[in-house]
Design a binder for this molecule. Structure first.
Ligand code: FES
Ligand SMILES: [Fe+2]
Length: 393
């Protein structure tokens, strides 16, 4: 499949200028970048919010450096760990200290190379932390907030068993996040997925709203499910579910938070989905399963994730079904319907609350939104926008 050009999507978010500008994500957040178990002493290349980053372990520390040698622009992640605490560029052996990015030797210019220590050849380093079996990086322009601001507290509980799976996916991170926010798609796209073979899905839902949590971090999705066969005038009856499907096991809670996180509360486990922007056309799909348990319970939980949940949920449902949609969808244009109130509310939430807007501009954006400045051209979408405004104010 040909990769679509970002320019073709630029006007989709024109009513939410900050969201539109965030084609590579919101910078001032901690993002999950790689599973801890996959990172060793060997340099690894990742890209987060458009920044190429070298990650590697250095003793008991994890280091993150801009993945570009200032000499001639070669990725440092192709280099060698020639001396302790350093990375040597593979091309001419410029050698940088991992802790602060300073050029401490230029091997092929001799021990007295005058370029060493100069500020112009220092490589940028990034704040990096390891929590809950995940390496998190921060590429923001503002000083990094404490990582606990961005890592959900459920990950940090003493008995939390956190099992991440992080993979590169094609598609704009916003499509992926909006797909998670979109409840209606689960009723149809996932209806026949093996993971939910025995579950009774609603046919549709009414009264979709996104409601901010008390701490202001989450937008919780609320709706009223309608079960059972429905008569669609002039078309027929749907759904036609098998007798073996039973109610229960449905998603209990669905909620979204910045910078691009969706939480799905299952009956006895929690599924966090982080959409780490890579560039305009790729994101890291971070599926993070969490359960509070200990001892044998923890062992059983790990077995369950690495077998059943891995195959049926993470791969068949999420990668093959959602991943296909996010890669294949092509908009603008778009024409929204009632369930998309949730998507519109999410876009607006980002526009108003993403970090990086100073106080004066934030107040102006809020005032413009109150004046209806965020309406959109399509009649359907405009009514959705109005609905979301009513629910959020
Ligand atoms: S490009 Fe890195 S040392 Fe020359
Ligand atoms: Fe889905």
């Amino acid at each position: 499949m040909d990769e679509r050009q970002p320019a073709s999507r630029a006007s989709l978010y024109r009513s939410w200028p900050r969201y539109e500008a965030a084609d590579k994500g919101f910078r001032n957040y901690w993002y999950p970048a790689i599973e801890s178990r996959k990172l060793g002493k060997k340099p690894m290349a990742v890209k987060v919010v458009g920044e190429p980053i070298l990650l590697m372990r250095d003793g008991d520390k994890v280091r993150a450096l801009h993945d570009r040698c200032p000499h001639r622009g070669v990725p440092l992640s192709a280099g060698r760990n020639e001396f302790p605490g350093t990375i040597s560029c593979i091309y001419h052996g410029w050698t940088y200290r991992l802790a602060d990015g300073e050029l401490c030797a230029a091997l092929t210019d001799g021990p007295d190379s005058p370029i060493c220590g100069k500020a112009v050849v220092r490589v940028k380093t990034y704040p990096v932390e390891e929590r809950a079996n995940i390496i998190w990086v921060y590429v923001g322009d503002q000083p990094a907030p404490p990582i606990e601001e961005d890592v959900p507290e459920e990950f940090l509980a003493e008995d939390a068993v956190v099992i991440p799976m992080i993979e590169l996916r094609k598609g704009d991170w916003r499509y992926a996040m909006e797909n998670a926010v979109d409840e209606a798609h689960a009723r149809y796209l996932h209806r026949k997925t093996p993971f939910a073979f025995f579950r009774l899905f609603p046919a549709y839902q009414t009264d979709v709203q996104m409601v901010p949590s008390e701490d202001g971090k989450w937008l919780r999705r609320l709706s009223k499910p309608v079960f059972g066969p429905q008569n669609y005038p002039g078309v027929g009856t749907w759904p036609r579910d098998g007798f073996w499907r039973k109610a229960g096991g449905q998603v209990i809670v669905g909620k979204a938070r910045l910078p691009g996180v969706f939480y799905v509360g299952h009956k006895n486990w929690q599924d966090f989905q982080f959409f780490t922007p890579v560039d305009e056309q790729h994101h890291l799909m971070c599926q993070i399963a969490v359960r509070r348990t200990k001892g044998l319970g923890a062992l059983w939980w790990k077995l369950r994730v690495w077998s059943y949940i891995q195959l049926f949920h993470r791969i068949m449902l999420n990668r093959w079904e959602d991943g296909f949609i996010v890669e294949a969808m092509d908009c603008p244009p778009e024409r929204l319907f009632r369930p998309d109130v949730a998507i519109v509310a999410w876009r607006r939430w980002c526009d108003l609350h993403a970090r990086g807007l100073d106080g004066e501009r934030a107040a102006k954006a809020e005032a413009e939104a109150e004046d209806g400045g965020a309406s959109v051209a399509s009649g359907d979408a405009a009514s959705s926008q109005q609905a979301s405004k009513a629910e959020l104010t």
